[in-house]
Design a protein around this ligand. Structure first.
Ligand SMILES: *Cc1c(COP(=O)(O)O)cnc(C)c1O
Length: 378
């Protein structure tokens, strides 16, 4: 077996083209007579740019995507005794954010193919204690936001759209993040609009909610009078160097997204015949897709992973267990319930590289190796 140089799952040269710019911006912010390293005019400009790019009423930059979730839940008034319906499959902040506020995460099972939360499950779990429904877009597919919007509106609860992986995605002509009462983005480096640092953003169509999140992100201050604390908040502020860098990178974002989508199109074409051979790709097309990573469902997942790694393809099996089975969250989960689709997802999902730095030859090699594994006689 020939072993080629490994194609990294996440590239190490993400920001190489912009190294000089980053160093210049660092120098500019550091030597600015204003000496403002957080929440300065650059952060405000980035907020306006993101707000306008998705047609929101407000966008509020904060310390991370996780923090953005906590700030919005707090601004919704979530606290002890309240329930927040979250997916049973996904990353820790989905469960941690409600728990950190003393609320109860109620875990809904997911769609067996796309692993996004199942709207019918969400609807069946709503009680008089439910305050918020919090779906998350997952890997390559956006959640069914029209259905979730209807369910939340009918039940009279708020909808918080975790778009941490889906910034730039569009469903039914509407930007990811703008389907909910609020949406959040994460700028951690691997996300679609990632950066070499830590940060997140809340977008909302509700100006009052935007104001509340602004106060909460900076120790309960209103941004006008310092040292007057209207409420107990957090330190969840945004870095000026990163704001300047993201402003610089925003114009190139659509092109990088398009590159991801083209790779997704190519994989979809190459893998269209593999389902009977035990490998199911995400649904094809562009609407409601996000291409953060490209996640296959494989019957012989561990064998596929070993095959890819042995043939120079970096890959990643996310989430060893459903959230309600994690030691941290099990005490908050209903032990009479089961989440079979989330469990199956943990056993079968395998993500392969899909980032704008990949060359056509690398993408072809990845697809070749997946097909070779699926098609070889057992
Ligand atoms: C990355 C991610 C987050 C958290 O964002 P951070 O900026 O890393 O705190 C939250 N939810 C989902 C679905 C994510 O993928």
């Amino acid at each position: 077996m020939t072993t080629t140089a490994t194609i990294p799952f996440f590239p190490t040269d993400l920001f190489d083209d912009e190294r000089e710019v980053l160093l210049e911006l660092l120098h500019e912010v550091a030597t600015d007579p204003e000496q403002k390293f957080i929440l300065g005019w650059r952060t405000a400009a980035l907020e306006r740019a993101i707000r306008d790019s998705v047609g929101a009423a407000d966008a509020v930059a904060c310390g991370s995507g996780t923090s953005a979730l906590v700030l919005v839940l707090k601004a919704f008034g979530v606290g002890p005794g309240d329930e927040v319906v979250v997916p049973a499959y996904g990353c820790a902040p989905l469960a941690a954010a409600p728990v950190l506020l003393g609320a109860t995460p109620v875990f809904a099972d997911v769609d067996p193919r796309t692993l996004v939360v199942d709207p019918a499950e969400v609807e069946s779990l709503i009680t008089e204690r439910t305050r918020v429904v919090m779906p998350a877009h997952m890997f390559s597919t956006m959640a069914d936001m029209p259905a979730l919007r209807r369910i939340a509106t009918t039940a009279g609860v708020r909808l918080l759209e975790d778009s941490a992986v889906a910034q730039g995605g569009v469903l039914g002509g509407r930007a990811a993040g703008t389907w909910g009462d609020a949406g959040v983005y994460s700028f951690v480096q691997v996300k679609t609009f990632g950066m070499p640092g830590e940060g997140g953003m809340v977008v909302t169509g509700d100006p009052a909610l935007g104001r509340a999140v602004r106060v909460l992100r900076n120790h309960g201050q209103d941004g006008v009078r310092r040292f007057v604390h209207h409420t107990v908040g957090w330190n969840s502020r945004f870095d000026e160097v990163m704001a300047a860098f993201q402003l610089h990178r925003l114009p190139g974002f659509p092109e990088r997204l398009e590159r991801r989508a083209r790779i997704g199109d190519y994989y979809a074409e190459r893998f269209a015949h593999l389902a009977p051979l035990g490998i199911t790709p995400p649904p094809p097309g562009r609407d409601g897709r996000c291409f953060y990573v490209y996640s296959l469902l494989a019957e012989r997942r561990d064998e596929l992973r070993d095959h890819l790694l042995a043939n120079g393809v970096g890959c990643h099996a996310y989430y060893p267990a459903p959230l309600p089975h994690q030691p941290a969250f099990a005490p908050h989960a209903d032990r009479r319930r089961d989440w079979p689709n989330a469990r199956r997802g943990c056993e079968r999902s395998l993500a392969i590289p899909i980032n704008p730095r990949l060359t056509d030859a690398q993408v072809e090699h990845v697809a070749d190796q997946v097909c070779r594994f699926a098609e070889r006689p057992r």
